[in-house]
Design a protein around this ligand. Sequence first.
Ligand code: PLP
Length: 406
Amino acid sequence: MPGFELWGEEERNEVNDVLETGILMRYGFDALRKGVWKSKELEAAICKRFGSKYAQLTSSGTSALTTAFAALGIGAGDEVIMPSFTFVASFESVLSVGAIPVLVDIDETLTLNPEAVKKAITAKTKCVVPVHMCGSMADLDALMAICKENNLVLLEDACQSIGASYKGRALGTIGEAGTFSFDFVKIMTCGEGGVVLTNNEEVYIKCDGYTDHGHDHKGGADRGADQHPFIGYNYRISELHAAVGLAQIRKLDSFLDIQKRNHGILKNILSAIPEIAFREIPDPDGDSCTFISWFLPTEELTRAAVDELRSQNILAGNFYWYDNNWHYIRKWDHLKSSISLHALGEAQQTALKKLQSQDFSASDAVMSRCISTAISLLWSEEQIREKGERLTSVIKKVLSQHPVTA
Ligand SMILES: Cc1ncc(COP(=O)(O)O)c(C=O)c1O
């Protein structure tokens, strides 16, 4: 997810505007900043590009999720349903508002299996979080129907899928709220940063205050005159980070075009191997194409392919999430054992303990066969063809050594 790959003059110019004024904070100092308001400008650009009524920038994707949960009124004792394959930030943000992460199985969309969501609903469930992993999307029609039927809030974690869409609408703008991450390895980057998107004015106003110590921002130039209608925290983005994002958002559509072209060439090459299956994509036209996620028929074959890629020194850029410490439930012992620097609530600890014995075999059956190949913006067509050929020769080799029996 490589916005950083095309870093250049545009980013430097935007950052320089801020350095010229010396006002690195997004609020206040009105006279000194000489009309430079990069965070406000980026929020307006985000609303325009993604078709969202409101956007609240934050210091990270994680703080965007935390902010969104708080603004949506999710807190102590509430259960939040999320997929077993995600990033640790998803459960971190739930825990940080006092709520309970309920992890459920994924399917070949690589995110929430709607049937698993239905089964996990209890009287305490408040929210469902489809995590649009690896540039593509969840089955949003099915999940929205479940939320509607059960009166649940849908919060989209689109941190990895900036610029992807579902049936013509940008991911992140479809649920009650959505989040993007602008960390260094995202489709567009601020270095660090994130945003909450929402079409609900009340939710937006809460996000605005929550990310800035509860300030109502009604005191004008005097921050000391702001009221605090509720408790908030400091999840502010800095003007320097917003400046980088402003240059990146202008290039986003060209990043997406390059990704789609490179993805198409590589996918064509991989498609020549009948044993390879691809991730299910609910709306293929909306894929941001940052990854190609593909499956081999068995875990044994997939592990053999990973070993062969490693031994040929070409594993980089090919992710076997099943063994990855960040992204899959299998490796989250700290979560399952409630290892936290501060005491977690009793209900949280009880729920987390249950994860130790919960059956995730349906998720294992998907993840143990999945490899995601990251798409670079810098590849030439020749390089893609070369990569594709090396990948296919590895796969053919392992298929010949481990014949698939019906
Ligand atoms: C799915 C998902 N959610 C949330 C985050 C958190 O974003 P950040 O790194 O900006 O805190 C990430 C970051 O990788 C992510 O992949």
